[in-house]
Design a protein around this ligand. Structure first.
Ligand code: NAD
Ligand code: UD1
Length: 338
């Protein structure tokens, strides 16, 4: 049985990936410091798969703990989700973001190198494209960032590329996620933001469930079809399956492999609200408000490279993403505390 270490494995994307890794026959070991997730996720994963993933409440910055773990297990790959991800917060406490996301990854790679485990799959973001000159976005577009969160992602991308260039035994996947939404079909795991959500989908579902009063749509004067921002929303289950493919095929890859993980379709904020209302029968109270500083008009992927090289494609439609997000939210109005 192939063993894989999943950092941040109790988080939103990590937990969905862990389920698919178990279903694909991997032995999964999770480390997560629970700074943005809860241990109860492990119970939910176990009830879905019949297997309880091995879990250690470790921080990726703790080299000694990592060394012990790499001594104990023979990991073939590391899937590295652990990180802080709130853009606004990153502008207030940038050092914490650089320490956690950048120093944490350096420490993780040191432990990996020492143990001779040299396959890493890293969670990057479409945020590294900054404000793209055109859409759809290709992997070779220029990169730039506007906030410490984005900078931390780009720095880690550069560090991993330098590491790979210094030692060809490394295989690096830099997976640039577009906008992950949705939840597992069971409705028992999903996104559970700590505070008031920053991202659109959890905001919409929390308004629909009555936890929040009104959605503010940030601007209706963008040069888009209806004036609201356009994004490439991707089902978290589709996103998870790309990681499983990368882990399965890592030995066939060399070098650094940079892929966009998106659907190749853009939807506006109003498309999301209207489609959500249609598929769930819930109404969403909203108002148009000011643009959010730092937002861009449109952002969607050209996902053809990853289809060609990794054989991965997103399959799920927007209606399914929204139905699944709603099942999770309505079954768990207060997330994992419900
Ligand atoms: P999440 O917060 O739900 O999961 C991240 C997990 O990492 C959490 O469980 C947290 O407790 C853990 N963690 C954080 N710092 C840690 C540390 N130092 N040591 C150990 N564990 C630590 O977030 P997510 O949405 O699942 O995102 C996963 C990854 O994907 C993140 O790196 C994020 O930046 C990246 N990403 C997310 C999105 C998105 O929209 N969700 C988009 C692009 C990229
Ligand atoms: C945000 C982050 C980006 C990160 C991405 C995925 C910012 C500035 N950017 O991008 O770095 O990689 O999440 O995690 O935070 N919207 C509303 N009302 C809301 C929330 C959002 O109208 O309450 C709109 C936004 O203006 C945008 C769209 O919905 O047009 C999607 O927003 P969001 O879910 O926050 O994702 P991004 O802006 O793409």
């Amino acid at each position: 049985m192939k063993s894989v270490l999943v950092t941040g494995g109790t988080g939103y994307i990590g937990s969905h990936t862990v389920i698919q890794l178990i279903e694909a026959g991997f032995e999964v070991v999770i480390i997560d410091n629970l700074s943005n997730s809860k241990e109860v996720v492990l119970d939910r994963v176990e009830s879905i798969t019949g297997v309880r993933p091995i879990f250690y409440p470790y921080d990726i910055r703790n080299f000694d703990a990592l060394r012990e773990l790499f001594d104990q297990y023979d990991f073939e790959s590391v899937i590295h989700f652990a990180g802080l991800k709130a853009v606004g917060e990153s502008t207030e406490i940038p050092l914490k973001y650089y320490d956690n996301n950048v120093s944490g990854t350096v420490t993780l790679c040191e432990a990996m190198a020492e143990a001779g485990c040299k396959n890493i799959v890293f969670s990057s973001s479409a945020t590294v494209y900054g404000d793209p000159a055109s859409v759809p976005i290709l992997e070779n577009f220029p990169t730039s960032t506007t906030n410490p969160y984005g900078s931390s992602k780009l720095m880690v991308e550069n560090i991993l590329q330098d590491l790979q260039a210094s030692d060809p035994e490394w295989t690096v996947f830099l997976l640039r996620y577009f906008n992950p939404i949705g939840a597992h079909k069971s409705g028992t795991i999903g996104e559970d933001p700590r505070d008031i959500p920053n991202n659109l989908l959890p905001y919409v579902t929390q308004v629909a469930v009555g936890k929040l009063e009104q959605l503010a749509i940030f601007g209706d004067d963008y040069p888009t079809k209806d004036g609201t921002g356009v994004r490439d929303y991707i089902h978290v289950e589709d996103l998870a399956s790309a990681h499983v493919k990368a882990a399965q095929q890592a030995s066939n890859f060399k070098g650094t492999n940079i892929y966009n993980l998106g659907t190749g379709r853009g939807y506006s904020v109003l498309d999301i609200v209207k489609t959500f209302e249609e598929v769930t029968g819930q109404s969403v109270n909203y108002k148009i408000s000011e643009r959010r500083p730092g937002d861009i008009a449109e952002c969607w992927a050209d996902p053809s490279l990853v289809a060609k090289e990794l054989g991965w494609k997103a399959h799920r439609e927007l209606s399914e993403m929204l139905e699944d997000a709603w099942r999770w939210q309505s079954n768990n109005p207060n997330g994992y505390d419900s």
